[in-house]
Design a protein around this ligand. Structure first.
Ligand code: SIN
Length: 282
């Protein structure tokens, strides 16, 4: 297996590897897992994976989960279909910086995404290294956010354009989650800046040190949250990947955020994602 770093910040391309082999080859899987923790996103070309092999490879990292809004392949539970075709022009969820499912109590550990069909040009995906984003924050910001907790909501995002009954039913099934703004990576011990498009507000900002009058709370907190969320937009933390059919990306969903660039309609883009269940952030 050869590993070629793609940017200084994040991402490496693996060559000389067939992911289907890693379903049964423990040594190969251990190497891939170690590379993932080091480079945070791994990219591979020409992976002729069947759907069953895709799921079996991702299952080596942990249990898979479906998505309450995006449907899964009926024959392969856990394999979420991210299909954008002229028949689904308004389904635009993935072109915002996010890490998957932070609205869950235990957001995903990672994901394995395969390109089934891609536009002739466009439809790239970008990732940002949120460990580097945290490390590079000014010292006074690190102090300010050290103990902050924030709310993450599926209702405010996937639910936003639903009729109210459907939106409230979604919220009842998936209540908002609260996570530390600075999370510790469970495998590497690194600190991660952990707010994204699913984050609605801080839940413990309102202290006498920060808030003199009620009016201070919202502008102060909202500006700080917007600033923190915008760190993922900084190009020096990013990598951008051009898809071809049978290209695969494997990402560490704790340490990174991603953004699928929606510059290709009316062309089709069909991706399949196996999302791996993670642990409660601390
Ligand atoms: C996702 O947001 O998980 C999907 C990314 C993509 O479709 O490129």
């Amino acid at each position: 297996m050869r590993i070629e770093q793609l940017t200084h910040a994040v991402g490496a391309e693996l060559t000389g590897v067939n992911l289907a082999d890693a379903v049964h080859d423990d040594g190969l899987f251990v190497e891939i897992r170690a590379a993932l923790l080091q480079h945070r996103v791994l990219f591979l070309r020409d992976q002729e994976l069947s759907r069953a092999e895709h799921v079996a490879f991702a299952r080596r990292f942990g249990e898979l989960e479906d998505h309450p809004v995006a449907g899964s392949d009926p024959d392969h539970p856990g394999l979420v279909r991210i299909y954008r075709t002229p028949e689904q022009p308004n389904d635009r969820y993935e072109n915002a910086w996010h890490s998957d499912a932070t609205w869950r109590e235990a957001p995903q550990f990672g994901a394995v995404l395969r390109c089934v069909e891609c536009p002739p040009v466009g439809g790239d995906t970008m990732w940002a290294n949120m460990v580097l984003a945290y490390e590079t924050l000014p010292a006074h910001v690190k102090t300010e956010i050290a103990d902050l907790v924030a709310r993450h909501s599926i209702e405010a995002t996937f639910g936003a354009n639903m009729p109210i009954e459907k939106r409230l039913a979604l919220k009842a099934q998936y209540p908002d989650a609260e996570h530390p703004v600075v999370r510790t990576h469970p495998e590497t011990g690194e600190k991660v800046l952990y707010v994204n498009v699913f984050t609605t507000h801080f839940t413990n900002f309102h202290t006498p040190e920060r808030v003199r009058y009620g009016q201070d709370a919202n502008p102060g907190a909202a500006d700080l949250l917007r600033y923190l969320i915008s760190q993922a937009y900084i190009p020096e933390y990013q990598v951008r990947w051009r898809w071809k059919p049978n290209s695969v990306a494997i990402w560490d969903n704790t340490a990174t955020q991603h953004y699928a660039v929606m510059d290709y309609p009316p062309s089709h883009r069909k991706m399949e994602r196996a999302g791996i269940i993670g642990s409660k952030p601390y």
